[in-house]
Design a protein around this ligand. Structure first.
Ligand code: PSU
Ligand code: MN
Length: 314
């Protein structure tokens, strides 16, 4: 049933280039997990970014699924990257951070770009990939009532039928407003094995999980039922970071306050806000936030692979 969202041309969208292993897996109806590339270009420093991107792909493979990291090069959306492309992305400067608004521009102009959650969902759907693992989604920024800064990731979840596995929304955001907005947009938000939604670096946001499910099979059943009901759009699975890797919520709250004050003092706005805040958190935690970020995305990749396998079974 998940295959109905696939384009008729098997792994053959005219603007997509598929890595050979990804094309073969899609044509055979095997489990594939999409992965984003903004985390490589704007989310982590080199060389941890490239090492993590490779580790995440290996985690997906170890579970028995095929990873497909997505980015834009030379006028095409690449679904599955070569080693050379991954290395280049990890060190290049000036790579565009692409969302729904600018994906087509980068492709048309032949500019290199990394894909955010929103753009990766669009590309995954074009490619016929139903499951996507990331670290944390974008959301409603604090003081959005003044700045109107709300990530396009939320709108994309409402529109595009891809299930995103994350560790919650980043704690630099206004989490209650972010989850209110997802509810308004009709996006199912699943706490995986947790009564409270996770908050990226920490396991507990104190916000109740709208839906709690404890096994990938239950998530797959819910997704199939949703499709049978004709409900459009994506879903969000929130998977808490492993306990041994979490940074306690009070520590995070203090440091986020500092990072936000620094962003305001530096006059950072628009697309630069999320990368700036993540960079400040890295400094303020003296690298601990990076270790946590790596642990949580690998944890999400494993769960996404298990979900993709469940979905591929029928
Ligand atoms: N999570 C991370 N690092 C990141 C991001 C998320 O740990 O770099 C990226 C994702 O690509 C997400 C984007 O889609 O930040 C959100 O940016 P914005 O708030 O500008 O929409
Ligand atoms: Mn924004």
């Amino acid at each position: 049933m998940t295959r109905t969202s696939r384009p008729v041309t098997l792994s053959g969208h005219p603007l997509c280039t598929f890595a050979p292993g990804v094309a073969a897996a899609l044509d055979a109806g095997k489990a594939v997990v999409a992965l984003e590339s903004t985390i490589i270009t704007h989310g982590m420093p080199y060389p941890a970014n490239v090492e993590t991107a490779r580790a995440v792909e290996a985690d997906v493979r170890a579970e028995g699924a095929v990873p497909a990291t997505i980015a834009v090069f030379e006028g095409r959306i690449h679904v599955g990257l070569t080693d050379a492309q991954m290395d280049w992305l990890g060190q290049a400067s000036g790579v565009l951070k692409l969302s729904r608004a600018d994906l087509a521009h980068a492709v048309a102009a032949g500019l290199p770009g990394s894909t955010t959650v929103a753009a990766t969902m669009i590309a995954a759907h074009l490619a016929g990939i139903a499951v996507f693992a990331t670290g944390g989604i974008g959301g409603v920024h604090r003081h959005a009532e003044n700045t109107f800064d709300i990530s396009a990731d939320l709108q994309e979840l409402a529109m595009t039928p891809v299930t995103v596995v994350c560790a919650g929304a980043k704690a630099i955001l206004d989490l209650p407003k972010t989850f209110e907005m997802l509810e308004t947009l009709g996006v199912p938000v699943i706490g995986y094995g947790c009564d409270h939604l996770p908050a990226f670096w920490s396991r507990d946001s104190a916000i109740a999980s709208p839906i709690r499910l404890d096994h990938p099979r239950q998530i797959a059943d819910m997704l199939r039922t949703r499709q049978a009901l004709g409900l459009k759009g994506g879903a969000l699975v929130c998977n808490p970071v492993p306990a041994e890797n979490e940074i306690a919520a009070p520590d995070i709250a203090r440091l986020v306050g500092q990072a936000l004050a620094d962003a305001e003092a530096a006059g950072v706005s628009a697309k630069a806000v999320t990368p700036y805040l993540l960079g400040r958190m890295l400094d303020l935690t003296e690298g601990r936030s990076l270790a946590t970020n790596i642990a949580l995305i690998r944890n999400n990749a494993r769960l996404a692979a298990r979900l993709a396998l469940e979905l591929a079974q029928r």
